[in-house]
Design a protein around this ligand. Structure first.
Ligand code: NAP
Ligand code: MG
Length: 402
């Protein structure tokens, strides 16, 4: 059988450490034998980011805007130790942060479910997708300690000289204050990304804030979501039998625990940070989590939710065997290939990606898995494979079905 042809290249963003090793193995064993793989390659490995003064990260994001679909390997976000380790010219910014700032998106994360690795919440039959607004609020705050008695005020000075002034608190002793913000533009693109993703994946959308207490700030989020839903999405949701509903965050949390899953839960930045950790840990492992950045203009960047698995990489460098789970990285590739196939009308590419996902899951369900899963599965007598052995086992499953 000939290889599947592609039309438009995927933007391929290579990365660091153990995930860079898995990246190459996945391409060699699971993609190149079956697909005439077309990619525009950007090496986001820290060494090359440093050599290009991080220009390569910007170029890769721009290429994503041009082509529409990217697949990204995990990358190191440098800290002081990495500056020394890689002899960096500067402490380059987080590539994910740079890419998000250019693509202006929302991050969607969903657990990858397999039989034998069951969520702690028994009634969660289907995955819950978390949509996290990735801009503003407490993540862009200004805060200070108040040394003693005095008046704290909130002041806005418009470029036209208009002034808005409100008292935050009349302090009679020491305390703390904090200023946070968001913009209508960012909230609007968050809303559109969520509605588009719900239509794309045919799932209901929930959105929740604390607008009963935050009657202006959180209420603005609620209003923007409702306005854009009514004007641009309501008809398409109804045609697809989908529901959008808004509720209070406490109500959402209570309801989530009682649902069967299978919907998208849109959260403000802080809520999304906290709740995605809860959902992923309840479902087993970060290595069993998909992650995709969707921009309001309909550009997609697929990645794994975990990092570069540094501890395993150092074992690998010392010649020791590793058992690193490649599922999230495989699903980053299949997500990107499926989206590319959809956009270019190549149904074989979509079917192949589906088959590869099924082969990955059925390999695990047959009892062959990496160590992280072996530790949490309810299956008995499982075979623990090393990093390469697991990928080869998936290839065998794939060959057996095709
Ligand atoms: P990490 O790479 O996610 O790994 C933390 C631990 O989680 C590992 O030591 C391992 O536990 C377990 N783990 C994560 N992924 C696994 C997998 N695929 N298979 C098996 N076990 C897995 O986080 P980190 O070690 O804190 O960060 C390493 C580097 O990744 C950092 O430089 C950070 O900047 C970067 N990072 C990048 C991204 C991204 O590009 N999206 C995200 C997060 C972090 P055990 O050691 O117990 O086996
Ligand atoms: Mg968190």
């Amino acid at each position: 059988m000939g290889k599947i042809e592609m039309k438009t290249p995927l933007v391929e963003m290579d990365g660091d450490e153990m995930t860079r090793i898995l990246w190459q193995m996945i391409k060699d064993e699971l993609l190149l034998p079956y697909i005439d793989l077309k990619t525009e390659y950007y090496d986001l490995g820290l060494k090359h980011r440093n050599e290009t003064d991080d220009q390569v990260t910007i170029d890769s994001a721009k290429a994503t805007q041009k082509y529409g679909v990217a697949v990204k390997c995990a990358t190191i976000t440098p800290n002081a130790a990495r500056v020394e380790e890689y002899d960096l010219k500067e402490m380059w910014k987080s590539p994910n942060g740079t890419i998000r700032a250019i693509l202006d998106g929302t991050v969607f994360r969903a657990p990858i479910r397999v039989k034998g690795i069951d969520p702690c919440v028994k009634n969660w039959e289907k995955p819950i997708t978390l949509a996290r607004h990735a801009y503003g609020d407490v993540y862009k705050n200004v805060e200070t300690r108040i040394p003693g008695a005095g008046k704290a005020e909130l002041v806005f000075t418009g470029v036209d000289g208009q002034e808005i002034r409100q008292t935050i608190h009349e302090f009679d002793g020491p305390g703390v204050i904090q200023g946070i913000h968001n913009t209508d533009k960012s909230i609007l693109s968050f809303a559109k990304s969520c509605f588009n993703y719900a239509l794309d994946t045919k799932q209901d959308l929930w959105f929740a804030t604390k607008d009963t207490i935050s009657k202006v700030y959180d209420h603005r989020f609620k209003d923007i979501f409702q306005e854009v839903y009514d004007s641009e999405y309501k008809d398409r949701f109804e045609e697809n039998g989908l529901e959008y509903f808004y509720t209070l965050i406490d109500d959402a949390v209570a309801r989530v625990m009682k649902t069967k899953g299978g919907f998208i839960w849109a959260c403000k930045n802080y809520d999304g940070d906290v709740m995605s950790d809860m959902v992923s840990s309840a479902c087993g492992s970060l290595a069993m989590m998909t992650s995709v950045l969707v921009s309001p203009s309909g550009v997609y960047e697929y990645e794994a939710a975990h990092g570069t698995v540094q501890r395993h990489y150092y074992k690998h460098l010392q010649g020791e065997e590793t058992s690193t789970n490649s599922v999230a990285t495989i699903f980053a590739w299949t997500g990107a290939l499926k989206k590319r196939g959809e956009l270019d009308g190549i149904s074989e590419l979509c079917s192949f990606a589906d088959e590869l996902e099924r082969a990955t899951l059925s390999t695990i369900e047959s009892g062959k898995m990496t160590k992280d899963l072996a530790l949490i599965t309810s299956m008995k007598n499982v075979t623990v494979l090393n990093s390469e052995g697991f990928i080869k086992a998936i290839r065998e499953t794939l060959e057996a079905v095709s």
